[in-house]
Write a new protein. Structure first.
Length: 116
């Protein structure tokens, strides 16, 4: 089982980044996929969630209107489009998969730094 994130980097405030998560080794289409983020010394924060069909999404209040989560069940990938980035969005972003039975998988994380 693997979740591999990519697309992180350094961006100026107001800029955009697109994170991707490639899944393998499990039935991706039946899993709820989320993006979390974590800053050193703080708890991991849920950012966005997309349900298995892709028709329903939820977002943290701090990113609503700026971030968009989407998935391609044919390619076993999920993306997080991040626009209007702020310095407070700086964190390590993690991809997370959860099954109906509670099985959970994490990616290794990708660093996002928003700074001028």
């Amino acid at each position: 089982v693997q979740l591999v994130e990519s697309g992180g980097g350094l961006v100026q405030p107001g800029g955009s980044l697109r994170l991707s998560c490639a899944a393998s080794g499990f039935t991706f289409s039946s899993y709820v996929i989320s993006w979390y983020r974590q800053v050193p010394g703080k708890e991991r924060e849920l950012v966005a969630t997309i349900f298995s069909s892709g028709g329903s999404t939820t977002y943290a209040d701090s990113v609503k209107g700026r971030f968009t989560i989407s998935r391609d069940n044919a390619k076993d990938t999920v993306t997080l489009q991040m626009n209007s980035l702020k310095p407070e969005d700086t964190a390590v972003y993690y991809c997370h998969a959860r099954s109906e039975l509670g099985r959970r998988y994490w990616g290794q994380g990708t660093q996002v730094t928003v700074s001028s």
